[in-house]
Design a protein around this ligand. Structure first.
Ligand SMILES: Cc1ncc(COP(=O)(O)O)c(C=O)c1O
Ligand SMILES: N[C@@H](CCOP(=O)(O)O)C(=O)O
Length: 465
């Protein structure tokens, strides 16, 4: 399997090189040259497999033998051995056809752990084999940062720098990033929003001198391996509900479009998926885009689901690439428009292709709070605000007698203020995080300027700038 850039001007890479590259050198995102596919018989054979076995089956075609099977299996076992639920990603039924896919049983209580625990092991392995080191830079609206720091803390071959929006993440999210005692971990509070953080990370990658000198690598979902690992739970959950012999719908709380893009890939790989529903909060750029065909940035508003307070939805570029028939020139034009004017129009044919695959809806903060209250009253299930966004939108897009799975992307204890105000319940942190709010914090506050951030990374990475 080879990997190509959505902008068509970066070298084609194998799996291990794409893994270390993160962003392509032309500013695009790597995608597999073709989608591997499974027959119904092969998908049926996943019934009764463990999560780890399905992961190996689904990921193997992407890794393509660049890591031997025994080593890959061991990494998968170790990564998912860190999860606190034996099923890794269990399903909970909350209505006759309504299901919640719990993706928060990892160490930092968000779906990011699913991919990040594997990514850290994959990177470590490839760097060790090559005798290389890497400087990892990442942007977070709250969850990716904690998951990445947990997965990479103390690793000998990597230094990790996580940029988060100052005073715009929940206290639990912040402390998951700022209380690590590992010397290779650096949390940076940027005076700006998540889009500023993400733009700074992309700008560091696009500064070729800095990129090469620091041997930059990325752990955001711009890195193909993140998406790859997230495809697995679409297969495990669909198969548990009778797939591939009936179609399952999924609603995904969406920000950077990585998680739902993984669902799109699962469908491309042969999984019978009925509806794929994008759920946004008040930062509804994706819902507006599907309705109007115009991707248009507006100011980010702070909501009770801060991890989805995003306007520049990176992985939408991967979808555009598919919708435009994998034509990189078209993607270059669209992305140039976004850079110049903060907007672009999607041509009719591509928009039709997107609308064929996706639906979208938005939940206001009031609707999110009401969904938390009512779901608790009706089912006894306590939702976090991101998942509640999904549950609200799922209800509007469900079909009678057809299973709808909403992805539960975070544990309610990560967002206690919003959860308590809607439900009256103060969700407790699990035992391993119980002293989190008492731990000492260590982080740097920086202006959102490329030179400032590069100088900080250059001074503190063990690969000296
Ligand atoms: C809790 C939570 N839910 C949903 C999302 C949205 O996921 P994605 O960015 O993959 O669309 C994020 C982060 O992006 C998140 O942290
Ligand atoms: N919500 C995310 C934003 C970054 O998303 P990623 O999936 O591209 O890493 C976060 O929690 O940081």
């Amino acid at each position: 399997m080879k990997y190509i850039s959505t902008r068509g001007e970066a070298p084609t890479l194998g799996f291990c090189d794409a893994l270390l590259a993160g962003l392509a050198s032309d500013g695009g995102l790597y995608v597999p040259k073709e989608w591997p596919s499974f027959s119904k018989k092969q998908i049926r054979a996943m019934r009764g497999m463990t999560y780890q076995q399905v992961a190996f089956t689904v990921l193997s075609p992407f890794v393509n033998g660049e890591i031997d099977d025994k080593t890959l299996k061991a990494m998968i076992d170790e990564a998912y051995g860190t999860f606190r639920h034996p099923a890794v990603a269990p399903l909970v039924q909350t209505g006759p056809d309504a299901f919640i896919l719990e993706l928060f049983h990892g160490t930092t209580l968000a779906f990011k752990d699913v991919a990040m625990q594997l990514l850290a092991r994959l990177m470590d392995h490839v760097l060790a084999e090559r005798g290389q080191r890497a400087t990892i830079v990442g942007a977070t609206s709250g969850d990716t940062g904690g998951a990445a720091i947990d997965a990479f803390a103390g690793r000998e071959r990597t230094d990790i720098f996580i940029l988060f929006p100052h005073e715009k993440v929940s206290p639990v999210q912040q402390r998951q990033m700022t209380t690590s005692s590992a010397a290779n971990v650096h949390a940076i509070a940027v005076k700006g929003n998540f889009d500023d953080c993400q733009n700074l990370v992309k700008a560091m990658f696009n500064d070729m001198g800095f990129r090469e000198k620091m041997q930059l690598s990325g752990v955001n979902s711009i890195n193909w391996a993140r998406i790859m690992a997230q495809i697995v739970y679409y297969f495990t959950s669909a198969v548990a509900l009778g797939g591939p012999d009936r179609k399952i719908s999924f609603t995904v709380p969406t920000g950077n479009f990585g998680d739902i893009f993984a669902g799109f890939v699962a469908k491309r790989m042969g999984l019978p998926v009925d509806r794929l529903v994008i759920a946004t909060n008040d930062n509804d750029i994706l819902a507006r885009t599907l309705k109007t065909g115009r991707y248009e940035m507006r100011g980010v508003v702070a909501t009770t689901s801060p991890s989805m307070d995003i306007q520049i939805s990176s992985n939408f570029e991967r979808l555009l690439f598919e919708a435009y028939g994998r034509e990189p020139a078209a993607i270059r034009t669209l992305m140039e428009g976004l850079k110049q004017s903060g907007a672009f129009e999607i041509e009719e044919k591509a928009l039709k292709a997107i609308r064929k695959e996706f639906r979208a809806g938005r939940a206001t903060q009031k609707q999110v709070a009401k969904t938390i209250t009512e779901t608790l009253e009706k089912t006894g299930y306590l939702l976090d605000p991101h998942t509640a966004t999904g549950v609200f939108v799922a209800a509007k897009n469900a079909r009678p007698a057809s299973p709808m799975v909403t992805l539960a992307t975070a544990h309610p204890a990560k967002f206690p203020a919003a959860v308590k105000s809607a439900s009256g319940i103060d969700p407790a942190l699990p035992s391993w995080l119980a002293d989190m709010m008492q731990r000492e914090e260590r982080f740097e506050i920086l202006d959102p300027e490329l030179a400032t951030v590069e100088a900080f990374v250059g001074q503190h990475s063990r690969i000296r700038g």
